[in-house]
Design a protein around this ligand. Sequence first.
Ligand code: SF4
Ligand code: SF4
Length: 340
Amino acid sequence: MDRLLLEDADLFRFIAHLVACKTVYAPQRKGADSYVFAPVDDPQAVVLDYPRTLHSIKKYFLPPREELLSFNLRSNAFAAAEVEPVNAIFLGVHSYDLHAVLKLDHNFSQGNAERNYLTRRQGAIFIGVSYRPDRFHFGGSVGIPVADTTGCDLFLHRLDRGHVVEIVSDTGRELLRGLDLPAFTGELPRTADFEQHIYLPQGKLTEVFARGYQSGIWEEVAEKCVGCGTCNLVCPTCYCFNVEDEVDVSLEGGSRQRHWDGCMLREFSQVAGGEVFRNNLAARQRHRVYRKFKYISDQTGEPWCVGCGRCTAYCTAGISIVNIVNRLVQEHDWANAAKL
Ligand code: SF4
Ligand code: SF4
């Protein structure tokens, strides 16, 4: 049987069972209205019905700040930092965040495979959970339904008083050993519809973005944008970083540090000599959105946005990425597009 019934009365027993197997990270409340993925000490602190977490689980594979190596200037030697596999269970992951991890897997495997990210990714077990789309989610427009089980080992479909546990992989099946949950033989619950939609699928957006570079929308959005970079820093598919060497006070050694960076920040495109090649906010907005719907998408055929809605929900200026894309669609000159 690949579907089991997890009644609410059994939920804490289920979580305690997971905690006994491995480290578990799950959504937990932070403050009045926010949620974060954090290590589970108390099963009762886990919240499976949440809109979105502030940051995605990306932070466990690509930490906001990490040491890449340490160096000694006297001996002219260096040592790469030790990196361990995460080797943990991620409980209560929404489908869009799991797709984001799979996209990062792609990014960090291309060309020179990125050792630290790929090492940390080892041993991760994912338990997905369905969610109720709010006014910011738009996973349906980027091919990621609410109950998409791609990448999961187990998936929890929410019921009125519990969850259906869908077994997706052998790892997931093994995880349930000893729990003794009853089989579920009914229909899977219907998930709620998305309120937000991008008007066209990626196949058509390719044409739109091929012509959208000179659109007036970029200046228009830039007038509201304050360049805070929040949209980059909360995005589960953004992976840009900066690397800096820090010399300690003895001036004998130091470390090479990597930290998250973002294309909406002015310094991101500053190069040696002080030149900033995307100095205005319109150019930075365009670059951000083209990274999600054109540059990588032209190579993969997929949008590189997973529809989590974070960049809109947390934007200081209320700028919506869905509105930007839909404005480009509306402006697009379909009659002359064929002449491209
Ligand atoms: S979060 Fe909003 S205001 Fe801040 S850089 Fe992004 S689009 Fe601009
Ligand atoms: S671009 Fe915005 S909606 Fe898309 S994945 Fe990033 S944060 Fe989520």
